[in-house]
Design a protein around this ligand. Sequence first.
Ligand code: SAM
Ligand code: SF4
Length: 335
Amino acid sequence: MKNNAPSMIDPFGRMVEYLRVSVTDRCDFRCVYCMAEDMTFLPKKELLTLEELERLCNVFVEKGVRKLRLTGGEPLVRRGIMDLIRNLGKMLDGGGLDELTLTTNGSQLAKYSAELVDAGVKRINVSLDTLDEAKFAEITRWGRLPQVMTGLEAAKKAGLQIKINAVALKEVNEHEIEGMMQWAHGEGFDFTLIETMPLGEIDEDRTDQYLPLSTVRERLEEKYSLIDIPYKTGGPARYVKVKETDGRIGFITPMTHNFCESCNRVRLTCTGTLYMCLGQDDAADLREPLRGSNGNELVSQAIDEAISRKPKGHDFVIGRNSAPSVSRHMSTTGG
Ligand code: SAM
Ligand code: SF4
């Protein structure tokens, strides 16, 4: 079903059709590249209510957004999240929305997979950087691998299509990447690799973590035939088919390849701030116009104004001792 709404076009002619919503900045894990261990989270009173988030999503869909992705923090730890997901799901099948999906760490999937399917969710991204239990605990600090594996089983059984997202981390999981690909493809999952991005202060040096995906690809090509394919999911990944496994690998390369030219996304935080680029600080407040009137005219105007300022791209650099390119964490803006 196509959305007949007017399109949102930015100054560079890119159509904005994809909204990522960080529904909470909180999480039950503390991944080393994402958060410091003693994170200070937003006071609850700063958050938009679930009803307010829903209203904003409705306005975006009326304005031309066709794909919504809920993220966080961990979206499935926000209380009442299934009510929001069910209500948003009503915009599928003729309500203007083509896809409702989420990115999750998998910890709550045993509980929610069946309900997600009922609400109209068809595909999910599950972040998983290693299949080694000890390493998993090290990377996520508070996470436990068996919980995620049980969640993945439940998701598969419920009929969700699954994409595993792994951040490529030098010396941490770089030698596991081939094994993870084999496992993911064996399970019928897509597998996507992401370069670590300089977002927010963490406890470690990012130069020590950064592994360019060009290197990973070259290594895989020594053993496998990777065939470029035009497969698209509306996100920033470029896909290849692996001839030997008959599975797909996506590469998200914000650092080694500028992925901005086809950017169709904007990001909304749980406080109602709209970021037009993951890698820039410029943002627009939608909370005040949202709360300022019962109608949606003010919010709609604020969104138009924000889209007219969407920047051309990010300026990420990872260097020793360099400060993060943007100070907010991925868990704030939503990955
Ligand atoms: N908690 C959920 C999860 O982990 O999937 C959703 C939010 S998380 C911030 C979204 C994605 O961002 C995850 O795949 C995570 O690995 C990734 N991520 C977090 N910090 C990152 C960073 N500095 N660079 C690259 N990816 C990052
Ligand atoms: Fe939580 Fe996801 Fe960040 Fe890990 S990457 S700390 S699971 S928000």
